[in-house]
Write a protein that binds this ligand. Sequence first.
Ligand code: KG4
Ligand code: ZN
Length: 380
Amino acid sequence: MRRATVDPMTTTGPSPRPAVPKDSLLVLGIETSCDETAASVVARDALGRGRILSNVVRSQFDMHKIYGGVVPEIAARAHGDCLDHIISAAMAEAGIAYSDLDAVAAASGPGLIGGLIVGAVSGKALALAAGKPFLAINHLEAHALTAGLTDGIKPPYLMLLVSGGHTQLLLVEGVGRYRRLGTTIDDALGEAFDKTAKLLGLPMPGGPNVETQARAGDSKRFKLPRPMLGRPEPHFSFAGLKTAVRHAAKAAAPLDPQDVADLCASFEAAVTDTVCDRVAVAMGLVSDVLPPGPQRALVVAGGVAANTALRTALQTLCAARGFVLLAPPLGLCTDNGAMIAWAGAERLALGLTDGLNAPVRPRWPLDPAASPAIGAGVKA
Ligand code: KG4
Ligand code: ZN
């Protein structure tokens, strides 16, 4: 069988660390829902504090970039090729044996079904062989709980998830309890960045390249719409904005480098205004549940949380509204195994485990009771 090289994987590297308290839960987490193959071991002590013992991530970026997006079949095969290496590396870096684990957790949705099957089946096989419980983790729940691992924050808090596949505002009420306040009715924010990059001829990864261009651009040159601005429900829409960029680019063609920079800056400004407006509405909706004080937090996660203009604007908004802005370090904002292991540890601490017949779920809303956003397509 052909084996993929594991060279491009990143790890936190061995580092001297204090002994893990004896009463800690040790959980192996596996992430394969999109184009990152990742595994991690996390410890959760009796006080609910987390520590990452290993965190190994292998990005498939180079395999997909010539196609301009993630190809599900290639992604699933690449996960299958290297997941066992990634898991072995995570266990070795943590310096523990499978018998030391308290559970094995695997992302079981939402995501690309081929990759989810690879991760979940591997997790179940390891759990069965080691005689440990299995945890089927909702990938969105893992993003939502990561700030508990990195910043020690406990729910309730407000959460903005902005990635290539998701754009949601959530009230995190507790482990397993989420109120979806807002969602996108069309494209995810990262998708809008990526499509904008593509139509301006910028290479993948779109978001960071748009950001780099925007630094040299005039954000006021092109008048772009601020979709959903002022609407009472904090939903999002980015498809129209992307189309407006296309029209503006067509009108200004042929584009010179300054035109591209100005379009990127104008797009980024429109996105920032829109997101801050939507977050402000959500803050108003949860003001009674989140009393003023150091615990009143907005947590941001997902790849787009790396965008400096967006972070700066959110920081200003939070300061004005009495919120603390928490953004986990970028490597833990984007897809990784530690967030899956941590969500698993949080669930295990509550006695929540899953059977080996737990399904994988390409669609798995965090708040199934949320009513569909008006005008929403399949992604809401
Ligand atoms: O969370 P993530 O790494 O992967 C998933 O979508 O699961 O997010 C990737 C998305 C991509 O759309 C990428 O273009 C966007 O995050 N992104 C950014 C930046 N860095 C990554 N968007 C805007 N500015 C950035 N600096
Ligand atoms: Zn994700």
